[in-house]
Design a protein around this ligand. Structure first.
Ligand SMILES: [Zn+2]
Length: 228
């Protein structure tokens, strides 16, 4: 049997193959859509979309992906796995379960403090993050990095140390301030304004399902009968 030598760096090829596998897993949860023509809440159009709420719905998939993140961070001692939001919390449980340091799992709560977005720790968790505690941050999807900044501030205020950030998906364009980040998928979707959209030009029907679903989730959009 003759085998032609790969032209690409084998490590890069392996990373590419792994990313494809992880994308396929996310597709099977119904979270990842490709080859579509999707209307985004911003009004822009895209061919790919990830539905955050569906990412952690399949326990065996979440456990498997969590174990991959745990394996990456296995050489580091981790005392605490910290996240915020329901999807990230499910994933962080799976990461902590598979990490050799047997870290504990705590979560912050997102909210507004004097008009600013904040993540706060429930009082019961505050004594668990102390100076020199090694904290691994876990996110499901990183799109702007703002939640990670809030979590990092929270950890650093206590004098503890952020070991790294593990996530399922990160947009490649997001700047994470040089933090060690490990993501199973690193990908950006090209988005188009409707006049420049190549899919519109091809006449592909526009999928408005995601925007409609979002609008349904927001109670403020429920309108009463119109008064003349
Ligand atoms: Zn379009």
């Amino acid at each position: 049997m003759t085998v032609t030598a790969p032209k690409k760096d084998p490590i890069a090829v392996e990373a590419e193959v792994r990313e494809k596998i992880h994308l396929e897993i996310l597709k099977r949860t119904g979270a990842y859509h490709s080859n579509d023509h999707v209307l985004l809440p911003s009004g822009h159009h895209t061919s790919e979309y990830i539905e955050k709420t569906l990412v952690t719905t399949e326990p065996s998939f979440t456990e498997g992906l969590g174990a991959v993140i745990a394996k990456h961070f296995a050489p580091w001692p981790v005392d605490v796995v910290l996240s915020t939001g329901p999807g990230a919390l499910i994933l962080s449980h799976c990461v902590a379960r598979a990490h050799p340091s047997r870290p504990i799992v705590v979560y912050g709560t997102k909210g507004l403090v004097s008009g600013h977005r904040r993540v706060t720790l429930p009082v019961e968790f505050q004594k668990l993050i102390r100076p020199e505690t090694h904290v691994l941050l876990i996110e499901d999807l990183v799109s702007t990095g703002s939640t990670l900044n809030l979590l990092t501030n929270l950890v650093e205020q206590t004098g503890a140390e952020v070991v790294g950030v593990g996530c399922l998906w990160r947009r490649t364009s997001v700047d994470l301030g040089g933090r060690p980040v490990f993501s199973l998928v690193s990908r950006d979707f090209p988005t188009y304004s409707p006049p420049d959209c190549p899919l519109c030009k091809k006449g592909v029907p526009l999928n408005e399902e995601f925007v409609r679903r979002r609008a349904h989730r927001r109670p403020s959009t429920i309108k009463g009968p119109k008064t003349p």
